[in-house]
Design a protein around this ligand. Structure first.
Ligand code: NDP
Length: 292
């Protein structure tokens, strides 16, 4: 049996089309276009490329983007002043501070300053705290974890009661994915670098989310036959046969695992495209919050 391959690009296109239609309906009703402010500090090429894609994707669905670029030498006070101004700007419904910030800046203080009503990345501790609390609703859910959940919901008829294993416990992926799965009433095991007998634990998973940042770590014999496997990893490995000299792989050994799993998300073309789609959806949600 070969697994069904989840097409992240197609699923992301579905979300973008929905956002585009809802943005057009808002504008037709006389409301302003949703606004996304992106804050880029310094000249990290990967960050520059991520921010460019976010701005382009915003324009494609009718979201207005406001780009702010500060030099790598920007002080904590300058970054904080910008975030405070964006908090107060009614045209801005979402504030995205591209991480990582240069080392001399206090990332936590900057993220804590973002208004929880404009926290489209969902990293504010109040939003994460609400995600963890029963009966509370965060204003925003982090984009990559939300993208993983969308893929799981498409693949599993009933999440309630299933065994889910999340490999990784970072603030931005592993932990929020685990919290979302618990909210959906899955039984969740969180694994990390100190977990013992990792393959045995992973083999219990009906749904496995791998977010470790270790190329092709999850092997075919770690996976329960028929499981749903969501691969969040983005890792560059040397490949002399490719024109670029490298290729991108996930945290899952795709060739082995696709022979065992029921459903698998590929890298690239899996979770990656979902992240930006969810950012657009969150920005629209920010505009809807500001209507109230
Ligand atoms: P982090 O490095 O912040 O976290 C990695 C987690 O994996 C940690 O919890 C760590 O455990 C755990 N871990 C590391 N090594 C092992 C091991 N050998 N066995 C078991 N657990 C281990 O990574 P991120 O969560 O930020 O990212 C994970 C991956 O997802 C990366 O490849 C990243 O590029 C990708 N990513 C993809 C996105 C997308 O849009 N598709 C968005 C964000 C990230 P411990 O806590 O004990 O250190």
């Amino acid at each position: 049996m070969t697994a069904t391959i989840l097409d992240g690009k197609a699923l992301a296109a579905e979300i973008r089309a929905d956002v585009k239609a809802r943005v057009a309906a808002r504008i037709a009703a006389g409301k302003p276009a949703p606004g996304l402010a992106t804050v880029l500090v310094g000249d990290n090429p990967a960050s520059q490329s991520y921010v460019r894609s976010k701005r382009k994707a915003s324009a494609e669905v009718g979201i207005e983007s406001f780009g702010y670029e500060l030099p790598a030498t920007a002080s904590q006070a300058e970054v904080e002043k910008l975030v405070s101004e964006l908090n107060a700007d009614p045209k801005v419904n979402g504030i995205l501070v591209q991480l990582p910030l240069p080392g001399h800046l206090d990332e936590e203080r900057v993220l804590n300053l973002i208004s929880i009503e404009k926290d489209v990345d969902g990293f504010h501790p109040v939003n994460i705290g609400r995600l963890a609390q029963k009966g509370r609703e965060p204003s925003f859910v982090p984009c990559t974890p939300e993208g993983c959940m969308y893929m799981i919901q498409k693949s599993v008829p009933k999440i309630e009661g299933i065994n889910a294993v999340v490999l990784g416990r970072s603030n931005i992926v592993g932990m929020p994915v685990a919290l979302l799965l618990v909210r959906a009433n899955a039984t969740v095991t969180i694994c990390h670098s100190r977990t013992r007998n990792l393959p045995d634990v992973v083999r219990q998973a009906d749904v496995l989310v791998a977010a470790v940042g270790k190329p092709e770590m999850v092997r075919g014999d770690w996976v329960k036959p028929g499981a749903v496997v969501i691969d969040v990893g983005i890792n560059r490995v040397d490949d002399p046969s490719s024109p670029k000299g490298y290729r991108m792989v996930g945290d899952v050994n795709f060739d082995e695992v696709k022979e065992v799993a029921g459903v698998i998300s590929p890298v690239p073309g899996g979770v990656g495209p979902m992240t930006i789609a969810m950012l657009l959806r969150n920005t629209l949600h920010g505009a809807e919050l500001s209507d109230k």
